[in-house]
Ligand binder design. Structure first.
Ligand code: HEC
Length: 167
């Protein structure tokens, strides 16, 4: 009897710890995979150089760089800046890599244009904020609640702020 209780308890323990480790699922897992994909992306201003955090940034990391998948890159000009009239098409993925004090990539800020996604905001954007260690900083299910008020400030282009802060 004692043995059975012990076995049951250890199963419960293993189950509980598995559950705890599985932090990413659903849309956040999807966005994380999109962010980890780098093939075919174009860097803002055509360079992968790290940029120092801007004065306007709500992203509390010392440096960053931003890339656009092939669909999103249709809205960049020859210099790799966002066209002033840009409206990003469905399937656009924009990934900002946030780099910590140790120079390591710690977090992805992700914008995914998918108007029919259940997590999309009124403009069709899905907002992801996910750490490289697969923990969530702000779930996409929050629909950009902590992001939009800042990203809709004057000068934004379809919510993008890179042009404003890195002209
Ligand atoms: C207080 C202002 C502020 C908040 C809040 C904020 N951002 Fe940003 N974000 C910026 C600024 C400024 C930039 C331009 C680059 C920089 O300086 O970091 C930026 C850049 C980005 C970019 C690169 C594309 C572009 O041109 O804007 C993405 C993607 C992004 N943010 C996602 C998010 C997400 C997701 C959230 C919410 C979890 C969020 N941001 C919250 C200010 C903010």
């Amino acid at each position: 009897m004692k043995y059975q209780i012990l076995v049951t308890l250890s199963f419960l323990f293993v189950f509980a710890s598995c559950k705890k480790d599985k932090t990413l699922d659903g849309i956040d897992l999807e966005l994380f995979k999109m962010a980890q994909e780098t093939a075919g992306f174009t860097w803002y201003k055509n360079t992968d150089a790290l940029l120092p955090k801007s004065s306007g940034s709500g992203h509390n990391f010392p440096s960053l760089r931003t890339r656009f998948n092939t669909i999103a890159a249709t809205q960049l000009d020859g210099a790799g800046k966002i066209e002033s009239t840009a409206v990003f098409p469905e399937g656009s993925v924009i990934v900002k890599e946030l780099i910590n004090d140790n120079g390591s990539l710690e977090r992805y800020a992700i914008l995914f244009k998918a108007a029919n996604n259940e997590n999309a905001d009124a403009n069709g954007w899905v907002w992801g904020y996910i750490n490289e260690d697969q923990t969530i900083s702000a779930s996409a299910t929050e629909k950009g609640a902590s992001c939009i008020s800042c990203h809709q400030q004057a000068g934004n282009i379809d919510y993008m702020l890179m042009n404003t802060f890195f002209p």
